[in-house]
Design a protein around this ligand. Sequence first.
Ligand SMILES: Cc1cc2nc3c(=O)[nH]c(=O)nc-3n(C[C@H](O)[C@H](O)[C@H](O)COP(=O)(O)O)c2cc1C
Length: 336
Amino acid sequence: MLIDIAQKCLQLIGPESAHDLTLHGLKNTANTPVEWFYRQSLPSKPVSVMGITFPNPVGLAAGLDKDGEAIDAFHSMGFGHIEVGTVTPRPQPGNPKPRLFRIREKNAIINRMGFNNLGVNNLVTNLKAKESTAIVGVNIGKNRDTALENGISDYIQCMREVYKYANYIAVNISSPNTPGLRSLQYGSLLDKLLETLKLVQIELADQTNRYVPLALKIAPDLDKNEIISIAKVVTRHNFDGVIATNTTLRRNDVEGLQHSNESGGLSGGPLLKSANEVLDCLRQSLNPSIPIIAVGGIMSVADAEKKFAIGADLVQIYTGFVYKGPRLIKDIVLSI
Ligand SMILES: Cc1cc2nc3c(=O)[nH]c(=O)nc-3n(C[C@H](O)[C@H](O)[C@H](O)COP(=O)(O)O)c2cc1C
């Protein structure tokens, strides 16, 4: 398959250049005859989660298409949903380069991108231009230079801007590359955030006559008690879903390998075990009616099957897609 060859070539150039080149190519070829090269017709495997009917349960995880530039292209590859973002109210450049590293031996990536994105207004323009029926989740965050105590207002601003154009909204409090962000996962900060966003959701649902579910994205670096506390707050505020997990700060499975000492979040193969432990604990402590979108370390059909067996309602991939290409979507969908 030509797409497999293209994907192997991309492994030969620097990771961020490969990413930019791919996104640029996809953006410019979506809805043109060139789309034929990566289009995959997959059988319909509909699943209803958070009140949305997804054509299949395999989605693209946040961070790959932060500005929503290639939604139609990812849709044509067969993704059942595309999570764009993380988007922040104002554009920001992210951390200095280099900030993206491959650890090939382990099918892993370390990134410290730092929410580089063109801001929420630009994303809305791209969401309005979407031509396909792709189901889109919008992952929202706060600007780096917004003080943590004002962080809630950044989430509210993003939520208000994207509400009309999103199928669901993911509240990202778990990226390791925005200082202090993960502290929103605990205690009164979490309680206040979820309470406020639920009120805004009710107001916007009323205004627009459309209920857009809210999902909370959490880190893998949480102990059992912390996961149980999060589950209680999510249940109490009737949040619509949880996305587990983001990248990890742990390095146990990659020690000694090139780039393993780079700071940032680790994703891919070495994340699978801890992401599954969080998924398991979360599934047991969360109200059974609240769905979980499972992400972290899916490199094969068996990895996805394991997540469904533990209790995932949907799965997402990022690093597996980088190393294995669109074929991984197809293989998982066909196996369900
Ligand atoms: C380069 C890169 C950038 C990412 N950016 C974001 C982001 O902006 N927001 C977010 O919620 N997650 C982000 N993630 C995390 C992924 O969405 C996903 O949760 C994580 O990579 C684990 O899945 P995986 O093992 O399939 O990659 C990023 C991951 C990578 C590798």
